[in-house]
Ligand binder design. Structure first.
Ligand code: NAP
Length: 267
């Protein structure tokens, strides 16, 4: 049987370059075949960097079906499972088949403008924001039901994976990635006798769609921020968001426990 084909994706910090070189030597020594380019028959992708590098990988490789394991050289490393000093342990466990795959949902936004329709996918979140100096007013519906006219800086629609990122800073809840849902968290919502917006998050079940319509002509200029990347649109007609069909798989050690990870990264 031919040895497994793997690919290494790394950011360009000194530390990551050093770890990448060490990793490459160890992988070859253990019998794995390291390829210079990612192809769909790759059996495992190593991602050397932080959570931000893993997000870049997802966008550069178009949310690959191949499982990804993170080697953490970043600051937080929430997605990144393996510390550099545990690389040998991971390679041994992988070659023995002693690992688990953790599927993660992604979120999709379809932006309809007067000039065309555009789609964005994200692993963490998609935020919709207006112009930085003015509150934006958005009519928000869930499926066919009108829910609220939101006023404030915008909304953040986060996957369970993204619940520990921007969503958490906005006061949203931490969500176990085994739950297949989306969390809609307001960004600086206005709540006065002039404007009424929900101030807490809303949870959407897996098949529901969130539909956002600009309230007024001045609200049609919107920014879509997907995993930290920005796309700016004018003349927006509607934005429809929901869970995407695309899932990605992160490789974890067999004893991975989401709440242990949360505790050690946040408390
Ligand atoms: P960045 O500005 O370089 O880093 C943002 C920080 O978020 C890094 O510490 C990164 O961890 C961490 N992070 C990313 N995904 C995470 C996750 N799922 N859970 C916990 N922490 C996570 O930008 P970036 O690295 O390209 O990341 C883009 C992300 O930044 C966006 O998707 C958004 O969630 C987040 N963000 C947060 C705020 C905020 O909290 N106020 C504002 C804007 C954007 P590493 O150090 O391991 O890379």
């Amino acid at each position: 049987m031919e040895n497994k084909k793997v690919f290494i994706y790394a950011n360009d910090t000194e530390m990551s370059k050093k770890i990448e070189a060490t990793l490459r030597t160890k992988l070859v020594k253990s019998g794995l075949r390291v390829f210079e380019e990612y192809t769909e028959d790759t059996e495992l992708i190593f991602c050397v960097g932080g959570d931000g590098t893993l997000l870049h990988l997802m966008h550069d490789l178009d949310f690959p079906k191949t499982p990804v394991v993170g080697i953490n050289t970043g600051h937080l490393g929430f997605f990144q499972e393996v510390l550099p000093e545990k690389i040998d342990d991971f390679i041994f466990a992988f070659n023995q088949g002693n690992y688990t795959l953790q599927p993660y949902s992604t979120v999709k936004a379809v932006v309809e403008t007067e000039h065309g329709t555009f789609t964005h996918t994200a692993l963490n979140e998609i935020a919709v924001k207006g112009e930085p100096t003015y509150p934006v007013h958005l009519n928000i519906s869930i499926n066919e039901s009108f829910v609220e006219r939101f006023s404030g800086d915008g909304i953040c629609v986060a996957t369970p994976a993204g619940s520990t990122a921007y969503n958490y800073s906005l006061g949203g809840s931490l969500v176990d990635p085994r739950l297949n849902l989306l969390q809609v968290t307001p960004i600086a919502p206005m709540n006065s006798i002039a404007y009424r917006s929900f101030t807490s998050s809303i949870l959407l079940p897996s098949n529901d769609k969130l539909i956002v319509l600009p309230f007024d002509a001045t609200d049609k200029k919107l920014s879509i921020i997907f995993d930290g990347n920005i796309a700016e649109y004018s003349d927006v007609v509607s934005i429809t968001m929901g869970l995407s069909r695309r899932k990605v798989n992160l490789v974890r050690f067999e004893d991975f426990n989401f709440w242990e990870k949360v505790k050690c990264k946040f408390l």
